[in-house]
Write a protein that binds this ligand. Structure first.
Ligand code: PLP
Length: 314
């Protein structure tokens, strides 16, 4: 059994611009090294069981934390697992090794053939009498959003219990599902916190649009009435720190990972959380934000930190 809430701890030794820093340790819970893909994955797991699936199909690169989590769920359930990966990002990592360890079938195709490959595979599995369950890349969709509505509610409970109010939340934003869930949580709680998603790959306007679409999809599903204007105002998707795109880290991102580990013992990988941390520091500087309570959500990715550590040579 996994127990939530995840811990929120104050970083008393980390000083920057006179703000108080807190970290929500979504990288630490008792399932597959934690992380946002594990938090999302638990919801998909439940639905797979409800639907009596006997095979699971998903998509992601060799760096994907999501694929590691889904392969682990499938292996625990003794379900067949198929991971479709784009050729362009297939260098082995500890995540891809863990996918392999769980016995998943990894199908590597050119990125342009991914969606066709998934369709054909799902059709073939059904034709052979299987009940495949499909999970979009990154755990995108209603359950992914739900996972971070839950997370936001944990934050609200923490504030009440510890008599603290967060002014800003920062986190790494990829498919936008984590951000969509947090923003939905903020809107439904009428909370004043500013949520800043630091993009790890996508540029605007597309990046922010996908977050918005996910929010609408969730609110429509449950018949919540929130104005377009309120939704629009609640989305800050900052695309200034993507470097050359997904998986590419500029030198300052690598330096951030090293610095933050030395100063706080937090393990930040350069694909996701170190980009978000660097983006957070820059955002605070650029907007002259001081004397605020800042919450960083550590969205996990610990195996990637170790893959990179092996390549750092320091
Ligand atoms: C996938 C991932 C993200 C981005 O989450 P989205 O919901 O796709 O925006 C952030 N951090 C880590 C460690 C991830 O694996």
């Amino acid at each position: 059994m996994v127990h939530f809430p995840t811990e929120i701890s104050m970083l008393s030794n980390y000083s920057n611009t006179n703000n108080s820093f807190f970290v929500k340790r979504d990288d630490l819970f008792a399932f597959s090294f934690g992380g946002n893909k594990a938090r999302k994955g638990l919801h998909f797991w439940k639905e797979m069981i409800n639907e009596q699936a006997d095979a699971v199909v998903t998509y992601g690169s060799s760096s994907s934390n999501h694929c590691r989590v889904i392969a682990s769920i499938a292996s625990q359930e003794r379900m067949e697992c198929y991971v479709i990966s784009p050729q362009s990002a297939s260098e082995p990592t500890y995540n891809s090794q863990l996918v392999e360890l769980c016995g998943a079938n990894n199908i590597v195709v050119p990125v342009t053939e991914v969606s066709h490959t998934i369709d054909t595979l799902l059709k073939d599995l059904k034709a052979s009498g299987k009940r495949p369950y499909f999970i979009p890349g990154g755990g995108h969709g209603k359950w992914g959003t739900q996972a971070y509505v839950d997370c936001f509610n944990e934050i609200v409970s923490y504030e009440a219990q510890h008599n603290v109010q967060f002014d800003y939340i920062f986190h790494a934003s990829g498919t936008g599902t984590t951000q969509a869930g947090l923003v939905v949580g903020k809107l439904l709680n009428h909370h004043g916190v500013q949520i800043v998603g630091i993009s790890i790959a996508r540029k605007n306007p597309y990046g922010a649009q996908v977050v918005k679409d996910s929010i609408h999809e969730y609110l429509d599903e449950y018949d919540y009435d929130v104005s377009d204007e309120a939704i629009e105002n609640a989305i800050i998707f900052d695309d200034s720190y993507v470097c050359a795109g997904y998986g590419y880290a500029c030198p300052e991102i690598v330096a951030t990972s090293v610095k933050v580990y030395r100063e706080t013992a937090l393990a930040l990988d350069t694909t996701y959380t170190a980009k978000a941390w660097y983006g957070m520091e820059e955002y605070l500087k650029i907007h002259s934000i001081t004397n605020k309570n800042i919450l960083f959500i550590h969205t996990g990715g610990t195996p990637l930190f170790f893959t990179e550590l092996a390549q750092l040579h320091i």
